[in-house]
Design a binder for this molecule. Structure first.
Ligand code: NAP
Length: 438
């Protein structure tokens, strides 16, 4: 009898886990259970729409999904349609790969004003996630402030400043493309509370700003140190030096005749969002860095703006039936082990850090634990898939198979037209409608 494994979530951590389980050589039967009809998590809803080559990793995940041992159950919400405790009764092992879906909270006065939109929300809006399609952010503004200098801040700042031609090569949904195209926005401030050599963005993403059609990055030369100070491991130091070199180039570049600017500003922490019900500006406080920490100086300045996007990191949320570590916003675990038969992988295991392939070792670790805990299959005892099918049938839950997803996928690609890779369906009804009509 194979070891029955349910993986909750269908992002990179889920697919790396499924692949590692099959690589283990054990007899396994793997079900990937996803709340949306569409698979791939952050590949579809997080990776920027102008980074289509990054999304190609989905081709590899597709091969995993099509392996004989694997079955995809889309449109099945754990905690909504079935409970974790029920999955644990019918599967030998349950792996939670549910990511960190929420924004870390920017805890300053005025952060609840209209026009303050966390990056996790904003990114899913422009990526056409069904839950966020009605966000309708007001982009009838001239200036936006993005708080944070990580890769998400970079994505959001860049997206706001893409040209019509650049947008036309993305899979941005129509409503987002229209809002960005019609926006009179010309200045985006991306602000780090620490110094230029502490920025979290990576160099490829930083250099991309220099190649934009209608936008130039701006950096104030007086903010840049002559060299990277501090005791860092060699590789880390090299990465910081590379960023510093690129920032130096940007600080020296003549302002070309491009209409939009992304100002990369350092050494300033957000203090208060200004305005009435709506955002009218943000108050910042100058900082200096001591021992790697931002120290406030009592020196304040305001930036008038109509939109503030905190891009200060993501946050995991609890799921009923699993112990949660409120300090770290992850499910409590020891290298992926939660309790007997319950495991975690990806951001909900270790926090929201790293690139797509950083999830691979999590999958390998979980596969190792499952191999050990079920003695290579000798201790398998639960029916898994057939029991889930029965449960969904009893509850009248319409699950979406991987073949169904491929039909939705084909329809999105067929609807694309022109230079677009696809035109996403942005409602569950429209996705299921494709299946009704096929
Ligand atoms: P991140 O890399 O952790 O960056 C968060 C930024 O927010 C940092 O600059 C941080 O500053 C700042 N911050 C945190 N709390 C703050 C506060 N209270 N006030 C002001 N600033 C604050 O997180 P992320 O950008 O959300 O990215 C998450 C992960 O996804 C990262 O590993 C990222 O590399 C990855 N990702 C990769 C790509 C890509 O490869 N293209 C694209 C998107 C995301 P401090 O450093 O001072 O804390």
């Amino acid at each position: 009898m194979p070891v029955s494994v349910a993986i909750v979530g269908s992002g990179p951590a889920a697919f790396y886990t499924a692949a590692a389980l099959m690589d283990s050589g054990d007899d396994v039967c793997i079900d990937i259970i996803e709340r949306l009809p569409t698979p791939y998590g952050l590949i579809r809803d997080g990776v920027a729409p102008d980074h289509q080559t990054t999304k190609n990793i989905a081709n590899k995940f597709e091969k995993t999904a099509m392996r004989e041992q694997v079955c995809y159950f889309g449109n099945v919400g754990v905690g909504r349609d079935v409970q974790l405790i029920e999955l644990r009764e019918i599967y030998d092992a349950v792996v939670l790969a549910i990511g960190s879906p929420e924004d870390r909270v920017l805890d300053i006065p005025g952060a609840d004003k209209t026009g303050v939109i966390g990056a996790a929300t904003f990114v899913r809006w422009y990526n056409g996630h069904p839950d966020f399609r009605d966000l309708a952010p007001d982009l009838n503004i001239s200036t936006a402030v993005v708080v944070g200098v990580g890769n998400v801040a970079m994505d959001v700042s860049r997206l706001l400043c893409l040209s019509a031609e650049e947008l036309a090569a993305t899979d941005l949904p129509d409503f987002a493309e229209k809002a960005i195209l019609q926006s009179p926005i010309h200045d985006v401030y991306m602000i780090g509370r620490r110094g230029p050599t502490d920025a979290k963005f990576t160099n490829v993403e930083l250099r991309e700003l220099g190649d934009m059609a209608e936008c130039v990055p701006q950096v104030r030369p007086e903010q840049l140190p002559g060299s990277v100070e501090g005791d860092y491991p060699d590789r880390d130091k090299r990465l910081r030096e590379r960023n510093l070199e690129t920032l130096l180039q940007y600080s020296q570049a003549a302002i070309e005749g491009k209409p939009k600017r992304i100002h990369i500003e350092f050494l300033a922490a957000p203090v208060e969002i200004l305005g009435g019900d709506r955002v009218e500006g943000i108050r910042m406080e100058r900082t200096r860095v001591e021992a790697g920490r931002a120290i406030t100086t009592g020196d304040f300045f305001d930036i008038p703006c109509g939109l503030v996007i905190p891009a200060i990191g993501y946050r995991g949320t609890p799921i009923a039936g699993a112990p949660f570590d409120d300090d770290r916003n992850i499910i409590s675990n020891e290298d992926g082990r939660v309790e007997d038969g319950l495991y975690v992988a990806g951001w909900i295991k270790r926090g929201p850090f790293g690139v797509i392939s950083s999830n691979r070792p999590d999958g390998v670790a979980v596969a190792g634990h499952i191999h050990d805990d079920f003695e290579g299959g000798h201790k398998a005892r639960n029916p898994g898939r057939e029991a889930l099918r029965e449960m969904l049938k009893e509850r009248n839950i319409r699950s979406v198979s991987f073949d169904d997803w491929k039909k939705i996928d084909a329809a999105e690609i067929a609807n694309a037209g022109g230079t677009r890779p696809r035109k996403k369906f942005v409602t569950i009804e429209a996705m299921l409608g494709v299946l009704d009509n096929s």
